[in-house]
Design a protein around this ligand. Structure first.
Ligand code: AP5
Length: 213
């Protein structure tokens, strides 16, 4: 399947993407994960992105389109892709549209993950992530078996740099200002699918029903 997963920070984009990947082999492409790996490796991209990410601001559209223009051409995308955290601005959505048209690719749907703000704040302050494999945990709803240790790879499970109260609040403001308008953008394009994401398997069911898979 070829999907965009759209939703506020903490809406469950990464969690749903992992469930869908296990189901049909589509590849999860998370711009957040790509940027965090670049920061960790100390690459030029990482150096350019680090300050904005830590503050909860968006990285520039040019930088993101440079990454995604290349990423979508890779062979593993042929089996399907789940765009997690991209696009995030109208210019990114316009650029993606042109890119997909040039490649002759049609999206199956844009899934709008809807979660109440209070639940989002709760999730973001209690999320933990594996620094090695990116597995997502939650100290409240889905903790690792051993505190601080990844069940899947044994890596360290920690809180992300952008999970301070200040950065979370900034990320939610940035989402409302710059990313939320994409809901109407894709509704007007006729391929938006709203899904209640208080329960991640519900989102998977909504997608399966819509796409008939
Ligand atoms: P990114 O990594 O994309 O972060 P985000 O959009 O803020 O999303 P999150 O990863 O915080 O949340 P999620 O929706 O994936 O939720 P999750 O599944 O983890 O981006 C980080 C930064 O990179 C940005 O701020 C920006 O600087 C930069 N960036 C990235 N892309 C960019 C772009 N395109 N343009 C410009 N800049 C960009 O779930 C959250 C928690 O809730 C977890 O603990 C999980 O276990 C729990 N949870 C999930 N679902 C449920 C459920 N149903 N019930 C109970 N708990 C649940």
């Amino acid at each position: 399947m070829k999907l965009i997963l759209l939703g506020a920070p903490g809406a469950g984009k990464g969690t749903v993407a992992k469930l869908l990947t296990e189901m049909d082999g589509s590849v999860q492409i998370s711009t957040g994960d790509i940027l965090r790996a670049a920061v960790k490796a100390g690459t030029e991209l990482g150096k350019k992105a680090e300050a904005a990410m830590k503050a909860g601001e968006l990285v520039s559209d040019d930088l993101i389109m440079g990454i995604m223009g290349e990423r979508l051409k890779e062979d593993d995308c042929k089996a399907g892709f789940l765009l997690d955290g991209f696009p995030r601005t109208i210019p990114q959505a316009d650029a993606l549209k042109g890119l997909l048209e040039n490649m002759g690719i049609k999206l199956d749907a844009v899934v709008n993950l809807v979660v109440p703000r209070e639940e989002i704040l709760n999730r973001l302050t209690t999320r933990r992530t594996c620094v090695d494999c990116g597995a997502i945990y939650n100290v409240r709803s889905n903790p690792p078996k051993e505190e601080g240790v990844c069940d899947k790879c044994g890596g360290d499970v920690v809180q992300r740099d952008d999970e301070t109260e200040e950065a979370i609040s900034k990320r939610l403001d940035v989402f409302n200002e710059q990313t939320a308008p994409l809901v109407e953008y894709y509704r007007n394009e006729g391929n938006l699918l709203d899904a209640d994401s208080t329960n991640s398997s519900n989102v998977v069911d909504v997608i399966k029903k819509e796409l008939g898979v």
